[in-house]
Ligand binder design. Structure first.
Ligand code: NAP
Length: 253
């Protein structure tokens, strides 16, 4: 006798940059509640490993660079082919190739940061809207950053791009209502490969700046993401939810 199939929610999410880190954490949380996911990333091997961990019947990987328009279209097409729908889009793939103040920022690098973090997110949103959400509805979640909400001496160009993602969230929330809700999450430092340079070798000192006493984990963002990508958040759109272990409380006096 065969095992009964897991019921699932019937919903499908496309999560960009999800072979590890925050994106993987979000994909894992969505699969755990019964969604199916399409995940993207540049390394085919990393994607293969991630889809195996998530479950081959629940997850499909599409290799490519987030800023590549052909890849954006292919990822949405693959979701439609594999699962027949794409209810949720998580624009998570992001880059921060330089540290330093804007006064010295290389303009070519600033353009690349914008291309990968902001223009890509718009491209994926357009494709998802066209292929499914315009007709059937759904939700979009953009992974911004506290660096988009307050200045930082370390990550100027990155912060500019994340601030633009906050506005992209507002703009799309307005354009895509009432069928599609669009929200963002602005995390502070979360323990991933991406952020390792900000805490490695000094984690205790870094964590001391957080009222909640620790750095974030991908699961902290995933919990908020699962809420925003659910019917429980059915009257929430255009918001940027700060998930920061209380870091912004330090701005008080
Ligand atoms: N960690 C933090 O402290 C923090 C705080 C605030 C916001 N964020 C944001 O959260 C998002 C995820 O960051 P993370 O910390 O989880 O990073 P991560 O651990 O380095 O994971 C990044 C994921 O995205 C993929 N990726 C990277 N560049 C890509 C590109 N150009 N095109 C397609 N896929 C790409 C990576 O796989 P490949 O390398 O194989 O492509 C990997 O799966 C980013 O947008 C970041 O700005 C992070």
């Amino acid at each position: 006798m065969s095992e009964p199939q897991q019921e699932g929610t019937g919903r499908v999410a496309l999560v960009t940059g999800a072979s590890r880190g925050i994106g993987y954490g979000i994909a894992e949380a969505l699969v755990a509640r019964g969604d199916r996911v399409v995940i993207t990333g540049r390394s085919a091997d990393a994607l293969q490993e991630a889809t195996e961990r998530l479950g081959a019947d629940r997850a499909v990987g599409v290799q490519g660079k987030a800023h590549d328009e052909a890849h954006q279209a292919a990822a949405v097409e693959r979701a439609m082919e594999a699962f027949g729908r794409v209810d949720y889009l998580v624009n998570n793939a992001g880059t921060n190739p330089v540290f330093g103040p804007l006064a010295e920022a290389d303009l070519a690098v600033a353009r690349k940061v914008f291309e990968t973090n902001v223009v890509s997110a718009l491209g994926f949103a357009q494709q998802t809207w066209k292929a499914w959400q315009k007709e059937h509805g759904g939700a979009i979640l953009n992974i911004a950053s506290v660096a988009g909400l307050a200045p930082s001496p370390f990550v100027g160009a990155y912060g500019m791009s994340k601030a633009a993602m906050v506005n992209l969230t507002l703009q799309l929330a307005h354009e895509f209502a009432p069928g599609v809700r669009v929200n963002a999450i602005a995390p502070a430092v979360v323990k991933t490969k991406f952020a390792a340079a900000l805490y490695e070798g000094r984690e205790e000192e870094a964590a001391a700046a957080y009222p909640l006493g620790r750095l974030g984990m991908p699961q902290d963002v995933a919990g908020a993401a699962a809420f925003l990508l659910s019917d429980a958040a059915g009257w929430v759109t255009g918001q940027t939810l700060v998930v920061d272990g209380g870091l912004f409380l330090n701005a008080g006096f």
